[in-house]
Design a protein around this ligand. Structure first.
Ligand code: ADP
Ligand code: MG
Length: 460
């Protein structure tokens, strides 16, 4: 029941922009939400990621702006900076032929004075993250007492991220007769509480609860212990050669580690997470959007809601601890009618978590098996490599002990001046090739690690 945008009674300028963006028909959430919002009612819009929720509120929001007024009239709250930027971007495209209205994204990590200057230019639509919006309210650099419409985008995420109190404080600065819209991919009791406190007779618009299976995303899982995951990842990337892909990890440290390993192995990859400077995050996202980085390694928070075309594969390097995160993660692929693949690497300790995800999402997640043979031979190689590493690790445990033995001997040598005839050779080498530290450490390595070395046996 998708309809043509021109049948929604929208203004000419907006229709022109929509058509330039290549939107022909509404998506299901848009066909139901846009007319309701235009009528003025509060709504709860529930639909999977990638189903066009931004336009579902963005299009009617733009129609509501009174261009003769310089007040802030629309406020959209988003959980992350990236999402705020993305929503603002899309709104800007809708405004292509409506130059008298303007949008501003306001988020943390960006220079506050630059934002204050931009706010002086009187944008009528503000898209922001809760923390920074509050900051501006407290400074008096943003006034929202005249807003007609407030949108909570990705409401489930905002609650997960602990923004409930902030939302409450922001809402208390608005007038009671505003229109309040809430959009989310998932519904929870917490969201219901939120809607009860802040909405008036909201109408719930829900697009099929089993939506994941409808998206054109093929979902797979592989049983894999942590030590094998990186090899499976590289194998899959080599095999499918996705134009762009996102690898999700549960922690920032893991993101750094996987990104580094991929880069060192020659893949075009970069990591993104909340501890990085905003400017760095922006530059990585830009390069990813422009296909200059092909593999984005990310935490949930950093990649939330990211909408980039051509993400052909998503990898759950680790299974997310929250079920909703699974939906959000795999929703990064298969966007705008394109198809995508999602692979989850499940270790023994993640099995129960993963079973919960399957049950909750009612997803058809197939075992990745057509390449079993290939993988099992691969597995052997990896096993061998791991055993070798284990051996080395074992050795590492005694490393200091062994080194100390050698160093005692060295000390004795020096006191007795037994090493005298080597001094010149060592000096020559150091003056041309390396530092004292390098030479000593390299000699220690050779003495201790080279198993055929007689000295090694002697000192072992
Ligand atoms: P959501 O917020 O539901 O996760 P988005 O609003 O980010 O989804 O939209 C996903 C993608 O679909 C975006 O690239 C958007 O431009 C595109 N899109 C949205 N509506 C339409 C439409 N009616 N026709 C074609 N593409 C659309
Ligand atoms: Mg969205």
């Amino acid at each position: 029941m998708n309809i043509k945008f021109k049948d929604l009674g929208l203004s000419k300028d907006l229709l022109k922009a929509i058509s330039i963006m290549g939107f022909k028909e509404t998506t299901p959430i848009q066909s139901k939400a846009i007319p309701e919002i235009l009528k003025g009612g509060d709504i709860i819009g529930l639909a999977a990621t990638g189903t066009g929720k931004t336009a579902a509120f963005g299009i009617p929001a733009i129609e509501k702006v009174d261009v003769d007024s310089k007040d802030v009239q629309i406020l959209v709250l988003c959980p992350t900076r990236e999402l705020a930027m993305q929503v603002a971007d899309e709104m800007n495209k809708f405004l292509k032929f409506k130059k008298e209205s303007s949008v501003l994204a306001v988020y943390g990590g960006q220079s506050i004075s630059r934002q204050i200057n931009a706010l002086r230019r009187k944008p009528q639509i503000i898209i922001g993250t809760p923390g920074r919006i509050l900051d501006h309210l407290e400074r008096g650099t943003l006034k929202i007492n005249k807003i007609k419409m407030l949108v909570l985008d990705e409401a489930d995420r905002m609650l997960d991220m602990g923004f409930r109190k902030d939302i409450k404080r922001i809402l208390s600065a608005t007038k009671k007769n505003r229109q309040t819209l809430l959009f989310s991919a998932t519904m929870s009791r917490e969201i219901l509480n939120l809607t009860r406190s802040y909405q008036k007779n909201p109408k719930t618009i829900k697009i099929d609860s089993n939506e994941l299976n409808k998206l054109s995303i093929e979902q797979f899982y592989l049983n894999s212990e942590p030590g094998y995951k990186i090899d499976f990842l590289m194998d899959l990337i080599n095999k499918y050669d996705p134009e762009l892909s996102i690898v999700f990890c549960n922690t920032k440290r893991k993101v750094d580690k996987i990104a580094k390993t991929l880069k060192q192995t020659g893949f075009s990859a970069a990591g993104i997470h909340g501890d990085m400077r905003q400017s760095k995050r922006d530059s990585i996202m830009n390069r990813f959007r422009k296909n200059k980085i092909k593999i984005l390694v990310a935490t949930d928070v950093a990649a939330r809601g990211i909408d980039v075309d051509n993400v052909q594969a998503v990898f759950n390097f680790e299974i997310p601890r929250e079920t909703d995160s699974y939906i959000h993660r795999i929703g990064r692929t298969g966007r705008a009618g394109k198809s995508g693949k999602a692979f989850s690497f499940v270790s023994k300790s993640e099995k129960r978590l993963f079973e919960k995800i399957i049950k909750y999402t009612k997803s058809h997640i197939k075992e990745y098996s057509n390449q079993k043979d290939n993988f099992s031979s691969r597995k052997k190689i990896v096993e061998k490599k791991n055993n070798k590493e284990k051996l080395e690790l074992n050795c590492d445990g005694h490393l200091e002990k062994k080194a100390n033995k050698v160093l005692k001997k060295v000390e004795k040598n020096i006191t007795k001046h037994e090493h005298a005839i080597y001094l010149e050779i060592a000096q020559n080498f150091i003056s041309k090739k390396c530092t004292h530290k390098d030479l000593s450490a390299a000699l220690l390595k050779i003495l201790i690690e080279e198993k055929n070395n007689k000295l090694f046996r002697k000192y072992n």
